[in-house]
Design a protein around this ligand. Structure first.
Ligand code: BTN
Length: 329
């Protein structure tokens, strides 16, 4: 039934009423409604309007492996390692489980929705269907953790490159790795490392990114409506999420090639994009809140902050708010 409803909606240029659909398909309106709900759960964006019916957002095709492969070069090295799911708890969690079972370097999990999307510092990451690209990539760089201190910076630069290649937008990076546009958050990145107990070497790294693609302001949870943005809001037209996913995979593969040898160039790109530099910032650690100016990012990706008393501190972790952004005035 859902395939028949999908086909009718695909062929319609305007709204189709539930009544019209039920007559055309010879089924009840409830059956039509159920099929529409099922399609929505699969990630199709179907608008409904009172007294008009349903309309399929055709540019908003669900994420699907075939569509992503069609947007990648034929010789893309990781094409046999892409898993695209309708729904998953978290792409990072799933990929870590696959890594523990021996999944190879370059494996990727992409999902239409996450039921327990994870953010940094134990936060959740809202991941509804039809809106974003939730994607994780597994790297096995064969090195010591000290050689990967710049990994989060490299991931942030790769995400910016992917977005630029699909949309022409040039996003910025809020240290360490929030991708921002016009002062609002566009992408969240969560990078996780696993070390081998005996050797202390990196067993694997999972880089997960959640890219806001198709949201209108009201699609975001209320508490982040004023601090979040999407590609659609930025470019003012529908976004092909399969193209975004493909661009992300390409950018990650490109980044990985230079990860261990091109650290200086990666950090130079990072500094260029980093909107935190030169700004007044608030450094939050537990209850403590200290104010300073962000000066630079060092060779490890740490933030150098000058405080009012003249001393300079290297900040590796902690929440950094940038004055003028995310409600910090
Ligand atoms: C943050 O902003 O705090 C980081 C958010 C990271 C979200 C992405 S979505 C894909 C991957 N899977 C997850 O559970 N989290 C990351």
């Amino acid at each position: 039934m859902k395939d028949a409803v999908l086909s009718e909606l695909r062929n319609a240029d305007e709204y189709l009423s539930g009544q019209e659909l039920s007559v055309r398909l010879g089924v009840s309106r409830t059956a039509v409604w159920k099929a529409v709900e099922k399609l929505r759960r699969e990630g199709y964006t179907i608008r409904s309007a009172p007294n008009r019916g349903y309309r399929l957002e055709k540019t908003a095709l669900p994420l699907c492996r075939e569509e992503i492969l069609a947007r990648l070069p034929e010789d893309f090295p990781w094409q046999d390692r892409i898993l695209c799911l309708d729904s998953v708890d978290s792409t990072n969690t799933r990929l870590k489980a696959m890594a523990a079972q021996g999944a190879p370097h370059g494996s990727a999990v992409i999902a239409e929705q996450q039921t327990s999307g994870r953010g940094r510092r134990g936060r959740s990451f809202s991941s509804p269907p039809g809106m974003g690209v939730y994607l994780s990539v597994l790297l096995r760089p064969n090195c010591r953790p000290e050689e990967l201190m710049h990994l989060t910076c490299a991931a942030a630069v790769a995400v910016c490159n992917a977005i630029a290649s699909v949309t022409g937008l040039q996003p910025g990076i809020k240290w360490t790795n929030d991708i921002v546009l016009n002062g609002k958050k566009l992408v969240g990145i969560l990078t996780e490392l696993s070390l081998e107990a005996e050797s202390g070497c990196v067993e694997y790294a999972v880089i997960g990114a959640g890219i806001n693609c198709c949201q209108q302001k009201s699609d975001f949870p209320e508490e982040i409506q004023d601090i979040a943005t999407s590609l659609r809001l930025a470019v003012g037209k529908p976004i092909d999420r399969n193209a975004v996913a493909a661009a992300m995979l390409r950018a990650m593969a490109e980044m990985e090639q230079h990860l261990l040898t091109g650290q200086a160039a990666i950090l130079a790109d990072y500094r260029q994009r980093c909107i935190t530099l030169g700004k007044e910032i608030a450094l939050l650690r537990g209850e403590e809140r200290r104010y300073g100016t962000a000066l630079d990012v060092d060779t490890q990706g740490a933030l150098l902050v000058a405080f009012a008393d003249g001393h300079i501190e290297t900040v590796n972790s902690g929440e950094v708010s940038v004055r003028g952004m995310y409600g910090y005035v």
